[in-house]
Design a binder for this molecule. Sequence first.
Ligand SMILES: [Zn+2]
Length: 108
Amino acid sequence: MIKKKQLQKKIARERIEILFNEAQKASRKNINLSRRYVELARKISTKYKVRIKKEYKKLFCKGCSSYFVSGKTLRSRIKNKRLIQYCYKCGRVTRYPLSAQTKKKSGI
Ligand SMILES: [Zn+2]
């Protein structure tokens, strides 16, 4: 039998996924709407203590919850094997090491 909390977390994870899908769809037309979806997803994540997937984390700004659209809300660069994301809205800079990808390429 599934415990209530586990079920809640499962639902929360699914909802986060749906919200990011919607944010992606809305990003073409309405950036503000996308941000609303990201905000909701983040709220669910804190409320139910579920983590937002790694691949989703790179899609929005941790400062202002803006959904990243290259050229619109985001400027991304690769420098010294790091991915640098610059948010146009709040100016937050996030750096990600590219080690995971380098490892794949070199076959480790
Ligand atoms: Zn921002």
